[in-house]
Design a protein around this ligand. Structure first.
Ligand code: ZN
Length: 372
């Protein structure tokens, strides 16, 4: 609180609020709007122009009251006022504003007024609306518009709700004194039905238009480059897969399937007594009265067991077995007289592997030619 020398931006002249930047008539009496003492216009070189009280003044107007008073009169007095909207209030423009590293966007008060078919001349300070008093009220014949100045207290919820229920647009703004008796304003709350949506759309549209105009040639070139890259990748894949297909086609798998490999591919050991000590290739099979003799040296034990095990084990391994059906020697009844094992042959295996590989490569070729 300043006791002496309160500097005013506004003074009363015959009940009219006059700004220090307005034309001051030295023959007229100017009064402090608060203590009603006489004040004089000072337009020196050192200090910003102001109305000053006399040295004996007892005016005890607080800084906050003065700020509130100055801000609302400045709002009406200035022609070209911009209100800063923090980015959090401009959800639709968040990306654009962030990319420009802007934390808020100024919107002209006149633009808002115009949207609601109002003008600066329609404004009044401390004007009643419903059961409330608006800091600045703009009204004409259509919807009114309210500006609330936030210095120490934000609007009560009741007042906010009243405006919203009555569809009365408002902005609540915080004033920041700048040099030379000016103010900047920052929005703390608003209700601007219709306006904000339209405003954001306008900005987005303009932004799109500007971006298009500045960059459309570059966009076209980038798109072309992407297409060329895409085509080249496509072609490279095509060529290499076709080469692969040729190689596969010429492959003779028999050259690659050695006896040893082939043996491993088609070996299925069958023994009810484990793997034994070693394997010996059969060169002679002799059939004797009760036994089978192998290589003139070994007797086969449990032939029936081995055969049964073979049948089950082969089927488990997916090998098809056909039963050879014949007639009983004595009674002429049908019975199984043998088995046909459907085992892969070396030639057929190689051929099949080639066909499998070819169909894989062909499928890959098809895939790269299928449009997205
Ligand atoms: Zn005073």
């Amino acid at each position: 609180m300043k006791k002496m020398g309160v500097k005013l931006s506004f003074a009363l002249m015959q009940d009219k609020v006059v700004h220090i930047e307005d034309k001051v008539d030295r023959s007229k009496l100017y009064l402090c709007p608060f203590c009603k003492e006489e004040v004089r216009a000072r337009k020196g070189q050192v200090n910003a122009p102001h109305f000053s009280h006399s040295p004996e003044s007892t005016c005890s107007i607080s800084y906050e009251t003065l700020l509130h008073f100055n801000a609302k009169h400045y709002l009406l007095n200035e022609d070209d006022i911009e209100i800063n909207f923090p980015i959090k209030f401009l959800i639709g423009l968040k990306d654009i504003l962030s990319s420009l590293e802007l934390s808020n966007l100024p919107i002209k008060l006149n633009k808002i007024l115009k949207y609601y078919h109002l003008a600066k001349g329609n404004g009044k300070v401390e004007k009643g609306i419903g059961n409330y008093v608006a800091d600045v009220l703009f009204e004409c014949d259509q919807i009114p518009f309210v500006c609330e100045i936030l210095v120490t207290h934000a609007m009560e919820d009741e007042k906010r709700n009243y405006f919203k229920n009555e569809k009365i647009p408002y902005i609540e703004i915080k004033p920041f004194p700048t040099l030379e008796n000016k103010f900047s304003f920052s929005v703390t709350d608003y209700y601007l039905p219709g306006f904000m949506e339209k405003f954001e759309q306008e900005i987005l549209h303009k932004n799109l238009e500007n971006t298009y105009n500045s960059y459309h040639q570059k966009f076209i070139e980038d798109a072309k480059k992407e297409l060329v890259t895409y085509d080249q990748t496509q072609m490279a894949k095509d060529v290499s897969l076709n080469q692969l297909l040729e190689v596969v086609d010429k492959l003779n798998f028999r050259d690659y399937i050695t006896t040893e490999l082939y043996k491993r591919m088609i070996s299925i050991p069958v023994s009810p007594k484990g793997m034994g000590d070693r394997l010996e290739e059969i060169r002679y099979i002799e059939r004797q009265y009760k036994h089978t003799r192998i290589n003139g040296k070994y007797y086969v034990n449990n032939e029936t067991d081995i055969l049964r095990q073979m049948l089950f084990h082969f089927r488990e391994q997916g090998i098809r077995i056909e039963a050879i059906i014949g007639k009983d020697d004595i009674k002429g009844k049908e019975k199984v007289i043998g088995y046909n094992f459907l085992l892969p042959s070396r030639d057929v295996t190689g051929e099949q592997m080639r066909n499998i590989l070819k169909s894989i490569v062909n499928k890959l070729l098809q895939e790269i030619h299928t449009p997205f």
